[in-house]
Design a protein around this ligand. Structure first.
Ligand code: IPE
Ligand code: IPE
Ligand code: MG
Ligand code: MG
Length: 289
């Protein structure tokens, strides 16, 4: 990966470490488990999207690290829950035993809950520090709340379980992927846009980019099911075989085609930004099956 991204990744990892360091005698163990999952690695693509987007819109990415890290915490919380025995029953996540396997289930659930809440706090604090209007702050909190909940990850994960072991149409799978994965990408782009005071037209373009990038991203994840996933991503779940999977249900060729189609649409959404969109274009290009 190019130096630009490596430097940004370093910034994010350092800031995440700082934000999860506020321990005292009472919360020490809770923070330890929150750090276990958050600092285990991970590609940080959602945080990098925040930083690259605000930079494209003329701002200094360093001033948006709380938001970028808050988003990563919310994402990590969704992975902890996704890994639970009642969900995908994961053994490995980010190259380490899944959190519940070391902390126990109850502590894993509470750590996820705390990470999600801390993520929202960091995003709102960043918005406040940047002196956005109350309306902008409302839109940001509305966006992330819907994404965590009934119009995003919770709904997507709900559908993922509901459709497990069933024959799914392309439409069904796309619906699941839209909610469980693309919704957070959309929110990330929308929040970065609102924080920088982007125009409505720009927000629409950013959200469209987020949607298509997110859909391509989940197909890529579905593509790497099985042994490849342990090696390439450091994750392995016992119930993955039961979940609706684009490649398994619609075939390799179809999955490849859809992946390329979404990447193309993501790139097309960036047209209004012209040359300035170089980094966001790069993220699309770096995504490979
Ligand atoms: C995993 O996300 C969950 C999906 C939506 C596919 P990532 O692949 O971004 O996981 P990390 O953050 O790099 O571990
Ligand atoms: C994860 O979906 C999506 C979330 C919202 C957590 P998956 O179950 O397909 O992701 P991995 O493969 O475990 O990371
Ligand atoms: Mg899952
Ligand atoms: Mg999973």
């Amino acid at each position: 990966m190019e130096r630009y991204w490596r430097e940004k990744e370093k910034l994010v990892n350092q800031a995440l470490r700082d934000y999860l360091r506020k321990e005292n005698r009472t919360n020490r163990e809770l923070l330890k488990w929150m750090r276990y999952s958050s600092l285990a690695g991970g590609k940080r693509i959602r945080a990098l999207l925040v930083l690259a987007t605000v930079e494209m819109l003329g701002k200094n990415p360093k001033n948006f690290l709380p938001c970028a890290c808050g988003i990563e915490m919310i994402h990590t919380s969704s992975l902890i829950l996704d890994d639970l025995p009642c969900m995908d029953d994961a053994i490995l996540r980010r190259g380490k035993p899944a959190l519940h396997r070391v902390s126990g289930e109850a502590k894993a659930i509470l750590s996820a809950y705390a990470l999600c809440a801390e993520g929202i706090r960091l995003i709102s604090e960043n918005a406040y520090d940047l002196k956005v209007s109350p309306y902008a702050l409302y839109r940001i909190l509305k966006s992330i709340s819907l994404t965590i909940g009934i119009e995003g990850i919770s709904l997507g994960q709900f559908l993922d379980l509901k459709y497990s072991g069933m024959k799914c149409s392309r439409k069904d799978i796309e619906k699941i992927h839209f909610y469980k994965t693309a919704s957070l990408f959309i929110s990330v782009l929308e929040i970065a846009g609102i924080l920088t005071g982007a125009k409505e037209k720009e927000l629409k373009a950013l959200k469209n980019y987020g949607k298509n990038l997110g859909l391509a991203f989940q197909i890529r994840d579905d593509f790497r099911e099985g042994k490849g996933k342990i090696k390439k991503e450091g994750k392995y779940s016992l119930k993955d075989g039961q979940r609706p999977n684009y490649r398994v249900l619609l075939g390799k060729e179809d999955a490849e085609k859809a992946f390329l189609r979404y990447k193309k649409r993501a790139l097309f959404s960036l047209k209004p930004f012209g040359e300035r969109a170089k980094r966001l274009q790069e993220i699309v290009s770096l995504l490979e099956l």
